[in-house]
Ligand binder design. Structure first.
Ligand code: SF4
Length: 468
């Protein structure tokens, strides 16, 4: 992907279609989330308990992972550990090759987007099809998802209609029911032909080794039961301690993501087909992916591993709502992505992301696990300044400001000059074109003219009036 965040954001800001698509969906999701949370009894307490259990689990993650592995093995699954994305892809392709797999059906999985497993399958000559409707359209369009739960939030239904007409040779339509029918007809065949199913995991339950998947289309059920080989690719942070905790997280996830009380299909998988079972895979493999998570766990942003990928912080973020997901340059967009991406890919190539926030706190407000996203963004900004080279003009400007700001008389004299210059340029109380470094501000919006006297002077004057 070319350019940095600033360049991609600029391009996105000029994309009218993107704004129409984003406005239609994110505003609706914000309203639905608020209504969903309002329908949850004692929502604050549920959020507090969910956060506490997740933070406690992260504290003892290594032990929880060992216990989870033991339960999975007892249940008949095979467990693989992948330190990097490349390791995960190699393990999964090896499983497929050994089992003679020709076709893979995938359910939506952020972890598999993170490792780019589709490319690994294709290089090995194995066909792969996405079965989540949004991901399927992304695949047909040769595009990338731009939202954690709504992969095609950046596309209008008219655009989707054109992609389907081109790629599936069906009559053009922008009616969502018709488009869903087109996709369903294609995907039904794919489910029947696939000999491997691949999913992520919304949650892994430590106490019984269950893999929990939630979808609104039921495709995860097909992917986990029809093919003879089933592979789960999950990040090591996806664990919850018990089924009681899972119940809490499911209530929060559905409400925060789409405003539903519960997602339409909740699937629990506990191993391959056993004798007497009517359906299910012959083999089940669970690939536990680290890919930088251990490093995150040891640092200032460890808290972000408590994220349950609901997408609420994206919908609430004024930056995401203006530029969409592709501007963030990687799989995880929005406020959560600005922390996760530098964590798993390294801060240097993504040093701009922590600054892609107004720090308004809307993300922290809506996060079901109460993750302190602004605090983590600030910690990463600090790290970026410490470890990456800042432009010389910025460094000199800040040094100069520090020198002036720490000398009260000099500061008063300097601000008096600036105030005079700015006021001389004001018309009707607003400055349309500011000089020097302030010109960056007025390139996009007007600047309010400073008051005739500073707050400090007014305060002193009034205090003197009270005492005289
Ligand atoms: S950081 Fe919080 S709000 Fe954002 S996706 Fe994760 S759980 Fe949801």
């Amino acid at each position: 992907m070319s350019g940095g965040f600033a360049q991609r954001a600029r391009e996105a800001l000029g994309n009218q279609q993107l704004h129409i698509a984003l406005d239609r969906t994110t505003a609706q999701l914000v309203v639905r989330r608020a209504a969903g949370l309002a329908s949850l009894e004692d929502a604050d307490r549920v959020r507090d308990r969910a956060r506490a259990s997740k933070m406690q689990l992260l504290h003892t993650l290594a032990d929880s992972l060992r216990a989870f592995e033991a339960r999975l093995v007892e249940n008949g699954a095979r467990v693989h550990w992948a330190e990097t994305a490349a390791d995960a892809n190699r393990i999964i392709v090896e499983i497929a090759t050994k089992a003679g797999v020709r076709r893979v059906a995938k359910s939506k999985s952020m972890a598999s987007e993170e490792t780019h497993v589709n490319g690994a399958f294709e290089r090995a000559g194995i066909g792969v099809v996405e079965t989540d409707l949004g991901e399927y359209i992304v695949q047909l369009a040769g595009d990338r998802p731009s939202h954690i739960i709504m992969p095609i939030v950046h596309m209008t239904r008219e655009q989707v209609g054109r992609v389907m007409a081109q790629r599936l040779a069906v009559p053009y339509s922008d009616d969502t029911q018709t488009l869903a029918r087109y996709a369903r007809a294609q995907l039904r065949e794919e489910f029947l032909q696939a000999d491997m199913g691949l999913t992520g995991a919304n949650f892994g339950v430590v106490e019984n080794g269950a893999i929990c998947l939630v979808t609104n289309e039921g495709n995860a059920r097909m992917v986990t039961t029809l093919p003879r080989v089933y592979v789960v690719l999950m990040g090591i942070e996806k664990l919850v301690p018990t089924m009681a905790d899972l119940d809490r997280f499911l209530k929060l996830l559905a409400r925060s993501a789409t405003g539903q009380k519960l997602t339409a299909y909740t699937t629990l998988v506990r191993g391959p087909r056993r004798s007497g079972d009517d359906s299910g895979p012959d083999q089940m493999h669970v690939v536990l992916l680290d890919n930088g998570r251990s490093k995150i766990l040891a640092g200032e942003t460890a808290e972000i591993l408590g994220c349950i990928r609901c997408g609420a912080c994206l919908n609430a973020c004024p930056v995401y709502r203006s530029v969409g997901g592709h501007a963030y340059g990687d799989v995880y967009p929005g406020p959560v992505g600005s922390i996760v991406t530098p964590g798993i890919r390294g801060l240097a190539p993504f040093a701009e992301l922590p600054s892609a926030s107004s720090l308004c706190g809307a993300c922290r407000e809506v996060c079901p696990v109460r993750l302190d996203i602004p605090r983590m963004l600030l910690a990463l900004r600090h790290e970026a300044v410490e470890h990456t080279r800042q432009p010389a003009a910025l460094r000199m400007g800040l040094k100069l400001f520090a020198r002036v700001a720490s000398r009260p008389r000099l500061y008063r004299a300097a601000t008096a000059v600036v105030r005079r210059v700015l006021r001389s340029r004001a018309r009707d109380g607003w400055i349309r074109r500011a000089p020097g470094m302030a010109s960056g501000w007025t390139r996009f919006r007007d600047l309010k003219a400073p008051a005739a006297e500073t707050f400090e002077t007014a305060w002193r004057r009034r205090a003197a009036g009270r005492t005289s």
